[in-house]
Structure formats: C-alpha cells, structure tokens
Design a protein around this ligand. Sequence first.
Ligand code: AMP
Length: 283
Amino acid sequence: MKIFTQINEVRNYLKRQYPATVGFVPTMGALHKGHLTLLERAKAENEIAICSIFVNPIQFNNAQDLQYYPRPFEQDVVLLEKVNCDVLFAPSEAEMYPQIPAISVQVGKLGEVMEGKYRAGHFNGVGVVVCKLFNIVRPNVAYFGQKDLQQCAVIRQVVEDMSIDLELKICPTLRENDGLAMSSRNLRLSPTQRQIAPLIYQALQTAEKIIREEQNLAKAQAEAVRMIEQESAFRLEYLEIVNLRSLEEMKEMNKTLQTEPLAICVAAHLGNVRLIDNVVLEN
Ligand code: AMP
C-alpha cells in the first residue's frame, strides 16, 4: 500500500496510474470492520481503492471530542494492508488547511435538523472536507456508511448541487454481536457503558416493530424514548422518526413505507461519548 501525506503526491500518483476507476473511502481513522467492509467493496468494484484518514477539526463542535478522538495510526495501516487497500492518504491539518477555509457549505434544511441542531457547524465542516477530498482524489465512486445517515443525505445534496462527477454508494451499518453499531468512539466507552450501549439499537428495533405492526409513529417514538431514558446513564439528545429523503420529522403515517420510506434516528451521550444510530424502513 502506498501512503501519502501530501496533496500533490497523491494527485500525481493517481494520475500516473491511469486507473479505469478509483473507489474512495474517506474516514477519520480508528478503523473497524464497518470501515473495512466499505474498503473491501471499493477494492472489489474498482481498479484502485483509496482510503483517507483525516480527523477533520472543522467538523468538531466539541474540543474534548476532537482531543480524545482515537488515532491508532500504525494499527490502521496494518488493517488497510489486510484488505489490500492500494493507497492511503493521511494528510496533516496544515496540509489540508494552510489557512482556515473562507468557503462554507450549507445545504438548507437537510443540514439543520437532528445532528445539525445539536452540532453547530458540523455539516459545514463535513461539506468542506468532503469537497476538498473529492477534488484531491477525483474518485469515480465514493463509499459511505448508512450509520451516518444524515451525513449521506448532506453529501448527496452537495454532489448533486455542485455536479461533482462521481457515484455515491451507501453501505449498510455493521454492528457488534449485541447490536451496537460499530464506531471509533466505542473505544472510549468504559466496560459498564459498553454493556449499556446496545440499548440504543434495542430501542430502535422496538420503534420499528411498533411502526410495522401498528403504524403508530407517536407510540413508536414514545416507547423508544422511554427505553433509553429508563437507563439513567444515557443523556438522550434526540430520537426522531423522519422522512428518509427530506429528513423532515414525521408525526403521522399517511402513506405506506413503499411510497414514503422512513428512518428512525437517535443520538445519545453515554458519559462524554456521543453515540448515533438509525434504522431505515423502506418496505
Ligand atoms: P468515520 O471514520 O467515522 O468518519 O467513518 C468513515 C466512514 O465509515 C463513514 O462513511 C461512516 O458512515 C462509515 N462507517 C462508520 N461506522 C460504520 C459502521 N458501523 N458500518 C458501516 N459504515 C460505517
């Protein structure tokens, strides 16, 4: 695997290869199986698979979260070698942001609800870094995880609005055996918190069952909230049932899931670790 830290080096390398297609997986490192399945898919579907590792400071609205974000770089390199990743791009902050970017990326409502409400400036930071990375790597296909459902929606909007020439592929959320969505932040959970954490997915599954059996969104939401709040270690930020495309909150179900797919999205703190998860209901 080739490792580059400089923008011009990775650009020149990719140009010289003349690959038929480039598949790209942007990450912030601390790689787990969720990231690796995206890379395996990028590798299987493209001549070159490239991963980026960059803990993007401008998408963090919490200094502690940024400071304690895990950065096990050597271990990440070993994992990437194992899935035969061709190229790793791991720039420094100074390389990506020689100065604070003057541009900002806003996508209206899509970026303002849920995560946008609780993480001011987060999607601006995501939008800026993703545009920069797309311009550096110029991939044919970019792979993202459904775990960050709102991020996928925001990036899709940016790609459409800016006519960025690439295909987005959204991959299913990988989970631990007990249902907890894999996340780099799980490394920061204490053993007790780690035991409690799967309750988030159990609450989502309960809400899904109520929606499928009773088409009752208010009851589904209330029951899922109750399940999470009964565990006092959790601080729930939001649990919303939204239209899968617009991410607008839904209070009632007027159509079938085929005509109007839904997502149940949640964010909750366990100690100082913030966890998010979602399930999609489309048929
Ligand atoms: P991150 O390093 O957290 O920015 O994630 C990099 C990419 O991996 C994003 O597209 C995430 O949505 C995706 N990802 C993170 N966790 C998972 C997971 N458990 N399953 C599938 N994809 C994931």
